[in-house]
Design a binder for this molecule. Structure first.
Ligand SMILES: [Zn+2]
Length: 318
C-alpha cells in the first residue's frame, strides 16, 4: 500500500504521521515549533521530524510528503506570508531542501485548506466531490474542494472565506476591509458581539449581567452555555453570528453549487444549533434550486484533521 508522510505545522507544535492510502496511520510524533527561533529553524525541525518518521517505516517506500502550514504557499513551495504566528516563515522555500535531503516530492497547502481535504476523504465530505469548509476558530479559515481536489487559486490564496464581506459598511477588519465574516462568526467575533450587545443598559438578562461584570472572561463557549438556556441576549449574539455565516455560505453556494457546506473549528463544539441556524439564514442568501441541492453539515474530523489533511494532500499529488 502506498505510504506518505503528513506534517501539520502549528504555532506551538509540529505534528507528523506516516499514513497509508486508506487514511490509517500509527502514532503521531510531535515536536515543539519554537516559532520565536525563526523560519529556518522551523524548517530544520520539520526536516528532522521527517527523518524520524522515515526511520519508523523501515524499507517500505514513501511516495511523498504533504505539509499543512498557516498562511499561503505558492506553487513552488515558497511561503508567501499570512502566518503571523510564525515570525520569519514568510519567504522560506520549503520544497527544495526536503527533496534534496530525502529525495521525496513535497506538496504544501494552507492548514485549514488541508483540513478541508481531510473532511472530503475521511470525514463529512465522504462520497461527494465538491465541498466548502468554514473553520470557526480564533478567526475564520476556509477550504474549497472542487472535483475532489483542493482549490488553491492561481496564487495559493483561495479559500479566505473569513474575509468575505457579509455586512456593507460593517466592522473594520485587520485585513483592511469592513464587514468581514471573521469579525462576526469567529470565536473572537462572537465574544465581541456579546460585549457590544450587553453594553446597552436596558438589556437585563443573566448573560448580560455576567458580560458586564466580567467582559474579559467571556468566551464563545460561555455564550453557548447561555444559548442553551435560551437567554435572550445570548440568542441575539448567536443569531447575528449565524446570519453572517449563513450569508457567506449562501454566497459560496451560488458561486460553486457544492454538495456540502462543512462547518468546523472550536466554535462548533456548540453543535447542531449552529448548523441548523446557519442553514436557515443561508436559505435567504442562496438561489433556492442551488440551496435545495446543498447540505449544511458539521465537520467530523477531530484533532488529527491537520496531519490527515496533509497526508491526503500527498496521497492526491504523488
Ligand atoms: Zn477581513
Amino acid at each position: 500500500m502506498k505510504k506518505v508522510i503528513g506534517i501539520d505545522l502549528g504555532g506551538t507544535s509540529i505534528k507528523g504521521v506516516v499514513m497509508g492510502e486508506d487514511g490509517a496511520y500509527g502514532e503521531a510524533l510531535r515536536i515543539p515549533t519554537e516559532a520565536y527561533k525563526g523560519g529556518e529553524h522551523v524548517l530544520a525541525s520539520i526536516m528532522s521530524l521527517i527523518g524520524e518518521l522515515l526511520g519508523t517505516v523501515g524499507d517500505q517506500p514513501v511516495a511523498g510528503v504533504g505539509i499543512g502550514t498557516p498562511g499561503f504557499v505558492d506553487g513552488d513551495g515558497t511561503i508567501l506570508g499570512g502566518a503571523e504566528n510564525l515570525p520569519g516563515w514568510k519567504g522560506v522555500q520549503i520544497y527544495a531542501p526536503i527533496t534534496e535531503r530525502y529525495g521525496l516530492p513535497v506538496a504544501a497547502a494552507n492548514d485549514v485548506t488541508a483540513v478541508a481535504l481531510a473532511e472530503l476523504k475521511f470525514g463529512a465530505g465522504r462520497g461527494v466531490k465538491n465541498i466548502v469548509c468554514f473553520a470557526l476558530g480564533t478567526g475564520v479559515g476556509g477550504g474549497i474542494v472542487i472535483d475532489g481536489k483542493l482549490y488553491a487559486g492561481s496564487h495559493g490564496m483561495a479559500g479566505e472565506l473569513g474575509h468575505i464581506v457579509v455586512e456593507t459598511g460593517g466592522l473594520q477588519c485587520a485585513c483592511g476591509q469592513n464587514g468581514c465574516l471573521e469579525r462576526y462568526s469567529s470565536a473572537t467575533g462572537i465574544v465581541r458581539l456579546a460585549i457590544d450587545y450587553a453594553s446597552s443598559a436596558d438589556v437585563d438578562t443573566p448573560f448580560a449581567r455576567l458580560v458586564r461584570k466580567n467582559p474579559a472572561e467571556i468566551t464563545a463557549k460561555i455564550v453557548y452555555e447561555y444559548v442553551a438556556q435560551a437567554d435572550s441576549l445570548a440568542m441575539k449574539v448567536h443569531h447575528t453570528a449565524c446570519e453572517m455565516l449563513g450569508r457567506a455560505a449562501g454566497i459560496m453556494m451560488n458561486a460553486l453549487s457544492p454538495d456540502r457546506i462543512v462547518l468546523g473549528g472550536g466554535v462548533m463544539m456548540a453543535g447542531d444549533i449552529i448548523t441548523n441556524t446557519v442553514k436557515t439564514y443561508a436559505a435567504r442568501s442562496a438561489w433556492p434550486a442551488i440551496f435545495e441541492r446543498c447540505e449544511v453539515v458539521p465537520a467530523q474530523m477531530g484533532e488529527d484533521a491537520g496531519v490527515m489533511g496533509a497526508g491526503a494532500l500527498a496521497l492526491e499529488r504523488f
